[in-house]
Write a protein that binds this ligand. Structure first.
Ligand code: NDP
Ligand code: 2IT
Length: 443
């Protein structure tokens, strides 16, 4: 049995009942074999065995009181996966589907993603099964304060810096930052995605979506084309989806779909983003309400956006939202690029199907790295006490995405897998972390 298969099987056996973590391990570990064959030192020093085991993981009770006076109890998580190249860094997800396995898959991917950005950040992730949907601001504040009352002791600007993810945006980060400051007395960059009035960075809100489109810009350029005139389907209608749509439109493309967990809208004239922002960012409503803004749009409760013909597909909602049936529809309709805005949007089978049929595919850990990259830029601004301009930060983001594309493409080509950006991203991300681990000894 190869070294990678041995580590993969052991990790799966050691962590039963964590299917999403198994999926991430299965997607990543085998692709590293060519590099490991070249460098026997990695196996001798047990780099993979050490990488698949989180440094530590916390699970804790989060009690809070709802508006009717009833006591509620949720479960909180933080997995500090690996800090070989920098302090633990990664988002917090608040969604009823969250389990330890969810957080571990996200934390494991985050190690590679953060390495790809070229910035000094290690991998971590956290969250809760708390559902902010339908809760009042007071309830969300009560939950966030309770969550941080436990987590604050494991956080710090040089230790572990959480940020947003599904269900965690500016409002939640604000409440958590306030509580962290109250408990520690420190005004430091202990969270990113902060508001602009108290240490946030320009472009952080836009960063994941814009970065995704900058990644696709590089993919299209490699194929001798651009966004101009292309049709784009996007799933989700949250932070990543909205700003991916915004940048795609700025680049001359037509975005025709957006969705949420209840259904999707198809607007053949192109999505009116101001309407979506009003529904999602201001009203915290459902995507169905888009019909109030557009006469031509249609709303579907069943099926998926992948059935709508397009040139480019950007999944921006959640993991495993694009499976084999969706991939088949995209292929049949002539889609040329799929780039993951969400983490692990596609199943391994769907990814392979897309690649085999010549669809140029970018994995989330490369394509959505713009978010955490600008988080690291926010940390730099916090440490230096000097905020940067929008254009300056956006330009840095675009350069970072270009470099990520180049390193993924180059590593894929070096190991005889031209255009396999998924394998390229895994190898490129792993290299720096493995090198740092070797040099720091067995810790
Ligand atoms: P948001 O909470 O802002 O939006 C999430 C969107 O996805 C909503 O439209 C939501 O619909 C939909 N969605 C969530 N879960 C499901 C589900 N189980 N089934 C169907 N639809 C669902 O989150 P973000 O936009 O921040 O995150 C989207 C994805 O991007 C996630 O995979 C996240 O990990 C990834 N990501 C986010 C980054 C960031 O900086 N925010 C950075 C890198 C990656 P509904 O409202 O109905 O739940
Ligand atoms: O998945 C991700 O990269 C994020 N949710 C963003 C993490 C961050 O620290 O900005």
């Amino acid at each position: 049995m190869s070294y990678t298969n041995k580590v993969l099987e052991e990790a799966k056996n050691r962590n039963p009942n964590e299917p999403e973590f198994h999926q991430a391990l299965t997607e990543i570990i085998p692709t590293l074999q060519p590099l490991l064959d070249e460098h026997p030192k990695y196996e001798e020093e047990g780099i993979l065995e050490r990488l698949v085991e989180p440094d530590r993981q916390f699970m804790f009770k989060v009690p809070w009181v709802d508006d009717s006076g009833k006591v509620r109890v949720n479960r909180g998580y933080r997995v500090q996966f690996n800090n070989a190249i920098g302090p633990y860094k990664g988002g917090l997800r608040f969604h009823p589907s969250v389990t330890l396995g969810t957080i571990k898959f996200l934390g494991f991917e985050q190690i590679f993603k953060n390495s790809l950005t070229g910035l000094p950040i290690g991998g971590g992730k956290g969250g809760s099964d708390f559902d902010p949907k339908g809760k009042s601001n007071r309830e969300v504040m009560a939950f966030c304060q309770s969550f941080i009352s436990e987590l604050y002791r494991h956080m710090g600007a040089d230790l572990d810096i959480p940020a947003g993810d599904i269900g965690v945006g500016g409002r939640e980060i604000g409440y958590m930052y306030g509580q962290y400051k109250r408990l520690t007395g420190r005004y430091e960059g202990s969270l990113t995605g902060k508001g602009l009035a108290y240490g946030g960075s320009l472009v952080r809100k836009e960063a994941t979506g814009y970065g995704l489109v900058y990644m696709v810009e590089n993919m299209l350029s490699a194929k001798g084309t651009t966004f101009e005139g292309k049709s784009v389907v996007i799933s989700g209608s949250g932070n990543v989806a909205i700003y991916a749509a915004e940048k795609a439109q700025q680049f001359g493309a037509k975005v025709t779909t957006m969705s949420d967990s209840n259904g999707y809208v198809h607007d053949p004239d192109g999505i009116d983003l101001e309407a979506v922002k009003q529904i999602k960012e201001v009203r915290r409503g459902r995507i169905k309400e888009y019909l109030e803004y557009s006469k031509k749009a249609e709303y579907f409760e069943n099926g998926s956006v992948w059935s709508i013909p397009c040139d480019l597909a950007l999944p921006c909602a959640t993991q495993n939202e694009l499976l084999e049936d969706g991939a088949k529809m995209l292929i049949k309709n002539g889609c040329i690029v799929v780039a993951e805005g969400s983490n692990m949007s596609t199943s391994l089978k769907a990814t392979e199907l897309l690649q085999k049929n010549g669809v140029f595919f970018a994995p989330g850990k490369a394509a959505n790295a713009g978010g955490v990259a600008v988080s690291a830029l926010e940390m730099a601004q916090n440490s230096s006490r000097i905020p940067w301009l929008f254009e300056e930060t956006d330009c840095k983001l675009r350069t970072i995405m270009h470099k990520i594309y180049i390193s993924c493409a180059e590593e894929a080509e070096r190991y005889g897998m031209k255009d396999n950006l998924a394998a390229g991203a895994n190898i490129a991300g792993f290299k720096k972390v493995a090198e740092a681990m070797l040099e720091q000894g067995v810790v």
